[in-house]
Design a binder for this molecule. Structure first.
Ligand SMILES: C[S@@+](CC[C@H](N)C(=O)[O-])C[C@H]1O[C@@H](n2cnc3c(N)ncnc32)[C@H](O)[C@@H]1O
Length: 277
């Protein structure tokens, strides 16, 4: 990936993604389902990260923190002395500082080149950030995030899968629904590092890729963060059709069968354990 592409990602977030469209709501939230019917499901999914990291400590690293935009995200570090918000975008960090004040420490950096010493953090979280790197940089980025974690601790990392089975199964239904609504068919995305809906560079991975690259190198488990994409939620989850109840049931299924939904849903929560040597 050229430095030029990274620069474009940074400019995108500085100028567009983290600009506020209304009070406390960023342009980036256009790609989230903020409707009341989905709120409880999304809230509970956000809180899953907290279940997999140490409940308290000195330093929590949030790699690609953005502005720490949701209250649940803020809660990850509520029992930590400091949260190190690290991001390539100055706008993100300025916004994060408004929210966290002195609880935060703010570092402009590239997640592919962490400027931290080894074994420094009691917890590492990184949500929706590694996918902004070229696939050739992902492996090293994961390894480096675990390098800076203290032995015996865990890191919780969330990114979207490329074409997860559950969402692929929903695609024909979405197409039919689009036709009924008189909306054209959407262009299919290739797995080659293309712009996502937001217009930024995004490159997602598959469970098989993860196993090939990190199996035997890092100790990890795949859990569901959120199996349903925003696109699925917007098309099929309707308040008048029992949407809230459906999501409660779906959340229960994710908890009951974490491995299946972690590997086949839209967003996995990958939990890395760093062994004490
Ligand atoms: C989709 S946003 C996610 C923000 C936050 N983690 C969340 O889930 O709301 C991606 C964030 O990653 C940052 N980012 C993109 N490429 C990066 C890189 N190479 N190094 C560090 N941060 C990066 C962006 O500036 C942006 O704040």
């Amino acid at each position: 990936m050229s430095e030029n592409t990274k620069q474009q990602v940074r400019e995108f977030y500085d100028q567009i993604g983290w600009s506020q469209v209304s009070d406390g709501i960023y342009q980036n939230a256009r790609y989230e389902d903020l409707r009341p019917v989905s709120r409880e499901y999304i809230h509970r999914c956000h809180l899953r990260v907290k279940e997999h990291i140490a409940p308290s400590g000195d330093l929590l690293l949030d790699a690609g923190s953005g502005p720490v935009q949701y209250p649940e995200y803020v809660a990850y570090s509520e029992n930590y002395k400091h949260r190190v918000c690290a991001d390539i975008s100055m706008t993100a960090l300025r916004e994060a500082r408004h929210r966290l004040g002195d609880h935060g420490l703010y570092v402009v950096m590239d997640v592919a080149n962490l400027p931290f010493k080894s074994d420094a953090f009691d917890a590492v979280v990184s949500l929706h950030t590694i996918h902004h790197l070229a696939l050739s940089e992902h492996r090293a980025a994961y390894i480096d995030l675990i390098r800076v974690l203290k032995p015996g601790r865990t890191a919780a990392i969330v990114n979207g899968w490329h074409q997860p089975i559950l969402m692929l199964l929903a695609e024909p239904l979405i197409r039919i629904a689009r036709i009924f609504k008189g909306r054209g068919l959407k262009r299919k995305k290739a797995w080659s590092g293309v712009e996502d809906a937001s217009g930024t560079f995004v490159m997602k991975m598959t469970p098989r890729w993860l196993k090939q690259e990190l199996g035997g190198v890092l100790d990890y488990e795949i859990h569901p963060w959120r199996s349903l994409s925003t696109r699925f939620l917007r098309w099929f989850v309707r308040p008048e059709l029992g949407g809230r109840q459906f999501l409660r049931f779906f959340y229960w299924l994710e908890e009951r069968f974490p491995r299946f939904f972690g590997e086949n849903g839209q967003y996995p929560l990958i939990v890395f354990h760093k062994q004490v040597s």
